[in-house]
Design a protein around this ligand. Structure first.
Ligand SMILES: [Zn+2]
Length: 434
């Protein structure tokens, strides 16, 4: 019957392709013998393992039937029992597993994690892996009378990847064509976004070179890591950013002079918005209809859109205040204060004296006070004077600290050398940089 099925499949293909098909099919079988990993659906696995018997019969060779590897992503309402049942594990093996010592380690499985098992054709559970996070997991190994369940640590290896991209259209599309992972391109845009406007500044022929990390867990590639160094050539100007660990939990990017690539202020306090009124010292006020200087920038956005602190600082003022409506003022340093008006409501962080970080939500767009519609009126004060936030040159965020200067110098020099070596090899055609 299997043979018939096989022949029926073949009949549907042109004859000259049949020989290739058979070859391909044999190849597929051998792949399944080796224990392929990527079969998400069980039917595919059983289809491929059936002809295996056929092969052993005709070939008269003894091939040990391999264990199947199956995995499942944990979804809402899944339990260990339902998952193993769904993967085809015999009920008696599930019960043995649950009754084994340390089975409590497997009691708190979380949505989004993965369970991977090795199982015989009959559904006998041989091994189970539950990956808790990148570095750790729990494994169960079958022994005579049950399972040995214990925690395990993954083997983590970091590999450096080099890419060189010549931009044809956009930074993003050109990068994708050279197989730069999506997440790495997002990081690249963030790192360079302070200096380059990716919508308006990019020209064909601009280039970028990056070294980023790939994190390999237990010998299988799993995660695209961070960019270690990037060099962006935009319209003849070069921007270099080097990743540097400030402490165990924070890393930032600096240029070779040790200056932070980040600016101390975000360009815009509301993400999805458009500028409805610019800084103008001779504007007619839309509500009062008199000439009144507009000493800020208006960002029109939907009511309720989050308003971000444009820089690190301390909340100086947060309450209703006449025409400004619900108002927040943030003091960023001795020299800089920002002001936000017409907020619909305040964010939980907006308490006088509280510290806020750049990008944190401090309130929500509204039309309190003198406003014709929902918008944010945003002001930027330098040394107590109103300044046009669209024209002011923002200071850089904190540079590398004095005490880390030598360590940074060494690190950035090494990475720069590495990057230049790669580029040199590409120029000579000795390495493929795409
Ligand atoms: Zn305004």
């Amino acid at each position: 019957m299997l043979v018939e099925e096989f022949i029926t499949i073949l009949k549907n293909f042109p004859k000259k392709h049949i020989a290739t098909m058979i070859l391909g099919f044999m190849l597929l079988i051998s792949v399944s013998i080796l224990g392929s990993k990527d079969f998400s659906n069980e039917e595919k696995i059983s289809e491929l393992t059936k002809p295996l018997k056929l092969l052993t019969l005709t070939d008269n060779t003894q091939i040990k039937i391999p264990l199947l590897e199956k995995e499942k992503l944990i979804k809402r309402n899944d339990s260990l029992f339902t998952i193993l049942k769904e993967l085809g594990v015999l009920q008696e093996d599930i019960i043995k597993l649950v009754n084994s010592n340390n089975s409590n380690l497997l009691s708190k499985i979380e949505v989004g994690d993965k369970i991977k098992i090795l199982i015989s054709e009959k559904g006998e559970l041989n091994q189970l892996f539950y990956q808790d996070n990148i570095r750790e997991g729990i494994r169960a190994d079958k022994k005579e009378n049950g399972f040995i369940i214990k925690k395990y640590k993954s083997d983590i290896e970091k590999v450096k990847v080099f890419k060189h991209v010549v931009i044809e259209d956009s930074m993003y599309m050109s990068g994708l064509r050279e197989n730069v992972p999506d997440s790495v391109l997002m990081d690249l845009a963030y790192i360079n976004g302070w200096d380059i406007d990716f919508t308006h500044d990019i020209r064909p022929g601009d280039t970028y070179s990056i070294i980023y990390e790939e994190i390999i867990i237990d010998g299988e590639k799993v995660i695209d890591g961070d960019i270690l160094i990037s060099e962006f050539n935009n319209r003849g100007k070069q921007f270099i950013a080097v990743r540097f660990d400030l402490d165990a939990n924070t890393s930032e990017y600096f240029n070779p002079n040790g200056e932070n690539v980040k600016k101390a202020f975000l360009r815009s306090p509301v993400k999805l918005s458009y500028i409805s009124s610019k800084y103008n010292l001779k504007r007619r006020h839309p509500v009062l209809h008199t000439i009144r200087a507009h000493k800020g920038v208006d960002y029109a956005a939907n009511k309720g859109s989050p308003v971000r602190a444009t820089g690190d600082g301390t909340i100086l003022f947060a309450q209703y205040n006449g025409g400004c409506g619900n108002e927040i003022k943030i003091k960023h340093s001795e020299d800089y204060v920002t002001r936000y008006c017409h907020l619909d409501r305040f964010g939980t962080r907006a308490k006088v004296g509280r510290k806020v970080k750049q990008g944190q939500t401090i309130g929500y767009v509204g039309s309190t006070g003198l406003a014709t519609g929902p918008h944010l009126h945003y002001e930027f004060h330098v040394n107590g004077k109103h300044t046009d936030p669209l024209k002011v040159k923002f200071p850089n965020a904190s540079p590398v600290e004095e005490k880390q200067a030598i360590a940074y110098e060494r690190k950035s020099q090494n990475l720069l050398n590495e990057l230049n070596n790669y580029k040199y090899l590409i120029d000579r055609g000795e390495v493929y940089g795409g």
